[in-house]
Design a protein around this ligand. Structure first.
Ligand code: B12
Length: 214
C-alpha cells in the first residue's frame, strides 16, 4: 500500500507523464483509499510548487508535473465518485476558479468530493469572470457559490464576486465559500465569505455546516 502511494508521488516528482495513468489505475486496482491517493498526489505537487517558488525548478517542470496530475487525477476521481453515496441532492453548488487564474486541479478535487458527498455541482471551469458567477446564481439558483484562487494576484477576484453579488441583490440568496493555497480564514473573513476550506474535504464539511446538514 505504502509503495504505490510512493510510486504516485515519484511520478509527479519525476514528471513521469507516460506512466501516470497506469500507476493511478494500479493504485485503484490495489484497493488504495482514493482520498489517500489524492493526498499523495497533492503532497508531491506541493513539493514541485515549492521548488518552483525557490527557483530550483522552472515553468516547463511545473507544466510537466501538472500533466502527471491531469492523467492521474481522473482515475482517482472516478473511484472517489464511485464510492460516493448515491442519495438525494444535499444542495446545489456553483463552483469555479476565478478570473485570471487557470489552476484547475484543486477546484477539480473540490468538485469531485462535493459530488461524491451528494451535492449537485455546476462547474464553471477556470478563469471565470465575476459576471459569469452572477449569471449562474441567477439562472441556476444554487445554495452555495464556491470559488478557488491559487494566485495572490487573483485572490481578490473572490472579493469582486462577493461585491458583485451584493450589488445585484443576490448576496443573501447564496452562501459563499472560498479556498486555494493563498487563501486563509482571515482573508475569507475580510472579504465577507461565509466559509473557507483549506482542503477539499474541509470544503465539504463547511458546505454541510452552512446548509445545516449534519
Ligand atoms: C500545477 C501548478 C500550475 C499549473 C496548473 C495546471 C492546472 N491545470 O491546474 C500551470 C503550470 C498551468 C501553472 C501556471 C502558473 N502558475 Co502555478 N502552480 C501549480 C502548483 C505547482 C500546484 C497547484 C495544484 O494543482 N496543487 C494541487 C491541488 C490539489 O492543490 P490546491 O490547488 O491548493 O487545492 C487544494 C486546496 O487549496 C483546496 N482548494 C482549492 N480551491 C478551493 C476552493 C474551495 C471553495 C475550497 C473549499 C478549497 C479549495 O482544496 C484543494 C484540495 O485539497 C502550485 C504550487 C502550490 N503550492 O499550490 C503553483 C502556483 C500556484 N503557481 C504559481 C505561479 C506563479 C504560476 C504562474 C503565474 C507561472 C507563470 N510564470 O506563468 C502561472 C499562472 C497561470 C494563471 N494565470 O493561472 C505560484 C503562485 C504564487 C502566488 N503566491 O501567487 C505557485 C504557488 C507556485 C510557486 N510556489 O511559485 N501552475
Amino acid at each position: 500500500m505504502e509503495d504505490i502511494l510512493e510510486e504516485l508521488k515519484r511520478a509527479v516528482l519525476e514528471f513521469d507523464v507516460d506512466n501516470a495513468h497506469d500507476i493511478a489505475a494500479k493504485a485503484v486496482q490495489q484497493g488504495v483509499d482514493p482520498l489517500q491517493a489524492a493526498k499523495a498526489l497533492t503532497e508531491a505537487i506541493r513539493i514541485v510548487g515549492e521548488k518552483f517558488g525557490s527557483g530550483e525548478l522552472f515553468l516547463p517542470d511545473l507544466v510537466c508535473a501538472s500533466e502527471v496530475l491531469k492523467k492521474a487525477f481522473p482515475v482517482i476521481n472516478e473511484e472517489i465518485e464511485k464510492k460516493g453515496k448515491k442519495q438525494e441532492s444535499l444542495g446545489k453548488v456553483v463552483l469555479g476558479t476565478v478570473f485570471g487564474d487557470i489552476h484547475s486541479i484543486g477546484k477539480g478535487m473540490v468538485s469531485t468530493l462535493l459530488y461524491a458527498s451528494g451535492f449537485e455541482v455546476i462547474d464553471l471551469g477556470v478563469n471565470v469572470k465575476s459576471e459569469v458567477f452572477l449569471d449562474a446564481v441567477k439562472k441556476d439558483n444554487p445554495d452555495i457559490v464556491a470559488m478557488s484562487a491559487l494566485l495572490t494576484t487573483t485572490a481578490n477576484e473572490q472579493k469582486n464576486v462577493i461585491e458583485g453579488l451584493k450589488k445585484a441583490g443576490l448576496r443573501k440568496k447564496v452562501k459563499v465559500i472560498v479556498g486555494g493555497s493563498p487563501i486563509n480564514q482571515e482573508f475569507a473573513d475580510s472579504i465577507g465569505a461565509d466559509g473557507y476550506g483549506a482542503t477539499a474535504p474541509e470544503g465539504v464539511k463547511v458546505a454541510k455546516k452552512l446548509l445545516e446538514i449534519d
